[in-house]
Ligand binder design. Structure first.
Ligand code: SF4
Length: 328
């Protein structure tokens, strides 16, 4: 197959004083070359844990990958050596975090920081690495003369551009961006997203974009996975999700039936809170908040089913339909 990434039945737990947190609970994702996937959901849904698992950066303890396989270019990363992972991180898979300052070194010039990764991963000498670093700066819209400046001499949006330059400097096959524009103000957000879109096209990079913002998904992604309590409860193309959201949780996120032209900047708050992750509800984990919940939802856990054209949904309402159709 031509998938660049295949995550199969991933389970990740954190051991806390309050009990075992099931952060990711049987997650499956596949991604093709050049495709971009939006991972959407509230804080605590398991989005970042999923991303950190791909890079094998789950802090252990308290975290532990309990089960699953993560195939990248056909190789199971969960069986790779630490040395292999070091080669993959920042080279074949890059990650951009929410706050650019966590990724930038305050005492190195931005040019040196971009060049460092190129030197390590691509084996170019110092001078060639710096030349490429300057090219990357220009590519993200920063004049190359500024390569000698330090991070504090840049605005928030410019810093995130530098981070993007670092992330893309080794032509990664996969870019994981975790709320990359949340720390930026709205106009700068749009510019940074445009930049990421352009560069993704140019380099044919696959991308996983983690966000709680459906507006960002609409601008950036081909496919969308909606996460709730450690699981993907709906998986669809952007078009399918925006024209025909199926899961009651997804419908709640949109508020009403939306369309792509409408302004759906922020997720609409949904009544109730995320369940206690150390003690998830039985049956469907969404049932305490679901406006369409029935008695069976408290007892039986739904399975993910294809409602047509690979539009997957994990909800008993759709299982019943497909079962009664099968019984005809
Ligand atoms: Fe709601 Fe039941 Fe579907 Fe869960 S299974 S989302 S509780 S209708």
């Amino acid at each position: 197959d031509n998938n660049i990434l295949d995550i199969k039945d991933l389970k990740v737990n954190y051991i806390t004083d309050e009990g075992t947190v099931q952060a990711v609970n049987g997650l499956n994702i596949s991604l093709k070359k050049g495709e971009s996937l939006g991972l959407v959901g509230e804080t605590g849904a398991g989005k970042t844990t999923t991303a950190l698992s791909v890079l094998r950066l789950i802090p252990n303890p308290p975290g532990k990958i309990e089960n699953g396989e993560i195939y990248f270019e056909g190789k199971n990363l969960l069986e790779a050596s630490e040395e292999e992972m070091r080669h993959i991180r920042g080279n074949k898979i890059s990650m951009i975090f929410q706050d650019p300052m966590t990724s930038l070194n305050p005492v190195m010039t931005v040019g040196e920081q971009i060049a460092e990764g190129i030197e390590i991963h691509q084996g170019l000498d110092k001078q060639k690495s710096m030349e490429k670093a300057k090219e990357m700066l220009e590519l993200v819209g920063i004049p190359k003369e500024r390569s000698v400046d330090f991070p504090h001499q840049f605005s928030g949006g410019m810093k995130q551009r530098v981070v993007i330059a670092i992330a893309l400097s080794c032509n990664p096959l996969l870019l994981i961006a975790d709320e990359p524009t949340t720390a930026l103000d709205v106009t700068i957000q749009a510019q940074v997203l445009d930049l990421m879109n352009d560069l993704k096209e140019k380099f044919d990079t696959s991308m996983i974009l983690i966000t709680h913002d459906l507006g960002i998904v609409a601008e950036t992604c081909d496919k969308v996975a909606v996460m709730y309590a450690g699981e993907i409860i709906e998986f669809a193309t952007l078009e399918q999700l925006f024209t025909e959201p199926k899961h009651p949780y997804t419908k709640g996120l949109f508020g009403s039936i939306p369309n792509l032209e409408e302004d759906v900047d922020r997720l609409k708050p949904i009544r109730g809170l995320m369940p206690d992750p150390t003690n998830l509800p039985k049956g469907c984990t969404f049932h305490p908040r679901c406006p369409e919940a029935k008695e069976t939802c408290k007892k039986r856990e739904p399975v993910s089913i294809d409602t047509g054209n690979s539009h997957m949904v994990k909800c008993l309402l759709y299982e019943e339909v497909s079962q009664s159709e099968g019984a005809k």
